[in-house]
Ligand binder design. Structure first.
Ligand code: ATP
Ligand code: MG
Length: 390
């Protein structure tokens, strides 16, 4: 069978003047995502994206990849056929005959983009419906709430038949909302935060702080693995691994212990800011969730935010761990996230961190420290790891 995929735009269909740039980004993302499965023709016409395999491909795998590409509301597998009534009827039976045999009610919906086709949409639906009723005597037509809907579309090049559309993941095409840095730890939260912001169309660059020998090579590899798991959704990603040991030791030895975590988070933000400036990112994404730990209280977040001026995006801020974990499982990062390797945030963590630090005391503590040069050096020494599709 001459199978093609038809994908339908979601929210981006509402975009006005720059709609075409959204569409071409979505087409590009789809081509990249499908590349390793074979060759595909990807083109958009009237808000529908037609994805045609050129040659043999794994249809199930392609469907799943399309379904999980951000920017699409729904997707369906359709079969192309000649633009004759006979061919459309036979194809409808071939594609949906089995489903119709098990259903009680159905209807046919037709669309005619090719106005030279010698029947109106209504006539085509009636003819195809009549043909299917002859083969399935038990069926009844129900236009309001049918169990099976048979869609027939007559377009310029060919006609297409398909069944129900399936929901896709939604969102906006990656890279249409700009670029931001994702602070990626090895935990459960930050990969989910990255997934959620990529879904809003952000192109992400990863930043990971590593503190060897307190944190191991395995902990770093775990973060790279998490980035690899995200790449199908986010597109290829550069991850900067920042050597953080020296700064952490400096904070531990010279800063007030109760403020350690917030001082550390502010320094992470400043380093992230330097890397953002260097690599064209206009925001920072973190996996913080309100009051999850001492460094995520309102007062602590205020201190963290005040460390630099870029917007800090926290998509998990109002979610609890159960909700975050459910998404982590769905996107396949959970099992890797729970591997028990240390994160630099847990190194030197004070037993009783202050939950309500004030910006004044934080700034006073920082005035006693010598962080700027160390932070610039750490950003400069960051190791670049490029993570691409498999
Ligand atoms: P996660 O599960 O994402 O590790 P968490 O609940 O453990 O989050 P924290 O350790 O306080 O929370 O970290 C809060 C956020 O700070 C993380 O979601 C992440 O965005 C960032 N972060 C923490 N540690 C690191 C790190 N080593 N490298 C980069 N970012 C980090
Ligand atoms: Mg963590």
């Amino acid at each position: 069978m001459n199978e093609i995929f038809m994908a339908y735009q979601g929210e981006m269909a509402l975009k006005g003047l720059n709609r075409r740039s959204f569409e071409s980004m979505l087409e590009k993302n789809l081509r990249r995502r499908l590349k390793s499965l074979g060759s595909f023709d990807v083109r958009t016409s009237q808000s529908t994206i037609y994805i045609t395999p050129k040659g043999e491909v794994d249809g199930d795998a392609a469907f799943e990849r399309i379904r999980t590409t951000f920017g699409l509301a729904a997707v369906t597998r359709a079969v192309g056929c000649d633009k004759t009534l006979e061919s459309i009827c036979e194809t409808a039976e071939a594609v949906l005959g089995e489903q119709l045999a098990g259903a009680k009610t159905f209807k046919v919906m037709s669309k005619r983009a090719d106005k030279s086709f010698p029947m109106t949409s209504m006539e085509l639906s009636a003819q195809v419906g009549g043909y299917l009723l002859q083969r399935h005597h038990h069926l009844k037509v129900d236009v309001k709430d049918p169990e099976v809907t048979v869609f027939c579309e007559v377009r310029d090049g060919s006609a297409f038949v398909h069944g129900a559309k399936q929901p896709a993941v939604g969102g906006l095409p990656v890279s249409t909302s700009g670029k931001a840095a994702l602070l990626l730890s090895g935990g459960i939260d930050s990969p989910v935060a990255g997934y959620m912001m990529a879904k809003r169309g952000l192109h992400l660059m990863g930043i990971h702080f590593a503190s060897p020998p307190y944190t191991s090579e395995r902990a770093k590899q775990k973060v790279i693995t998490l980035a690899k798991l995200l790449v199908p959704y986010t597109g290829r990603m550069t991850v900067w691994v920042v050597p953080y040991t020296e700064i952490q030791e400096h904070l531990h030895e010279n800063g007030p212990e109760v403020l350690f975590t917030v001082l550390m988070r502010r320094s992470m933000m400043r380093i992230a800011n330097i890397l953002c400036g260097k690599y064209g990112c206009d925001g920072i994404v973190t996996g913080e969730s309100l009051a999850q730990v001492a460094s995520q209280t309102l007062a602590a977040l205020q201190c963290t935010d005040a460390a630099q001026l870029l917007p800090v995006l926290r998509p998990l801020i109002g979610m609890d761990k159960v909700e975050i974990t459910a998404i982590a499982r769905e996107i396949g990062t959970f099992e890797t996230s729970i591997l028990p390797y240390e994160d630099c945030c847990t190194v030197f963590t004070p037993p009783h961190p202050k939950t309500r630090p004030t910006l004044q005391e934080i700034e006073a503590a920082e005035a006693e420290l010598d962080l700027a040069a160390m932070e610039a050096a750490a950003a400069e020494a960051a190791e670049k790891v490029f993570v691409d599709f498999e």
